[in-house]
Design a protein around this ligand. Structure first.
Ligand code: ZN
Length: 266
């Protein structure tokens, strides 16, 4: 049976159809972003509030790091300003508002129903005014396949201003961190090869880009020294993703591989 299923999957892949139409498997966001059985690349779409565009160096740096981590094709798609949106620096976005905005602003309306369309899984970056509603102001937040970044918060804690190189590096760190959440790092979607979670999807290592940096806003020193922020995923992150990619290959030919299935999306 397993051999027959494997042969079928290979035949479908060869025909350019990665996912049989009658396959009931609903992928979790990390599965959609990482496994070839669902999509063949990660397309990063960016929508920003007026005046909150992300430094291009920050975008390019985070995308390059995600490409290194996932060993997948990761490319930048459209970068657009959100039309008709009046920015408010004091705004606090609810999670429902973030998801609704993501669905309303994606290029391909079909992708709003799931995590991508065609061969591309969508990782949607929102750069917004204000911050997200939480117990403290946050510089970023990730939800499903959405990575939200809040440049107003970076500016608020950046004494040298938006033009200083440290601002772009700080945004890059946040963006990389949030992308790490979308692909399920630190036990939140992707199992850990070496346990290191603080219990909240963050690493206990202060050297990790997946450390909960919002806990350290009291120190401005690290924010004004370009190069002091961790911008790379670490060996533990890479080991987790490598193991998960292998699991994806097994699940492509064996639906009984034991991986969880999502409850929303495709
Ligand atoms: Zn985080």
């Amino acid at each position: 049976m397993r051999l027959a299923a494997g042969a079928l999957a290979v035949a479908l892949l060869a025909a350019g159809c990665a996912r049989p139409a009658d396959d009931p498997w609903v992928p979790t966001p990390p599965q959609a972003l990482l496994w070839d059985m669902f999509f063949q690349e990660i397309l990063v779409e960016v929508d920003h509030a007026p005046g909150r565009e992300l430094p291009r160096a920050a975008l390019d740096g985070a995308i390059a790091e995600l490409r290194t981590l996932t060993k997948r094709e990761v490319r930048l798609g459209s970068v657009r300003e959100i039309a008709g949106h009046d920015p408010d620096p004091s705004r606090e976005w609810s999670l429902d508002e973030l998801l609704a905005l993501s669905h309303a602003t994606r290029d391909d309306p079909a992708s709003a129903e799931g995590y991508g369309s065609g061969r591309s899984a969508i990782l949607h970056v929102l750069a917004l005014d204000g911050t997200v509603r939480a117990d403290r102001p946050l510089r970023g937040y990730a939800l499903e396949n959405v990575a939200a970044v809040f440049p107003d918060e970076h500016a608020r804690i950046q004494p040298l201003g938006r033009a200083h190189p440290s601002f772009a590096l700080d945004v890059q760190q946040t963006l990389t961190h949030e992308m790490g959440h979308t692909v399920g790092l630190v036990g939140c979607g992707v199992p850990m090869v070496r346990p290191r979670s603080d219990g909240g999807c963050h690493s206990t290592s202060e050297e990790s880009v997946m450390y909960a940096w919002h806990d350290r806003l009291g120190s401005t020193l690290e924010l004004v020294q370009p190069g002091s922020q961790p911008l790379r995923f670490d060996a533990d992150d890479r080991a987790d993703i490598a193991a998960y990619l292998e699991l994806g290959k097994r699940c492509a030919v064996d639906p009984g591989c034991g991986a969880p299935r999502g409850t929303t999306g495709l």
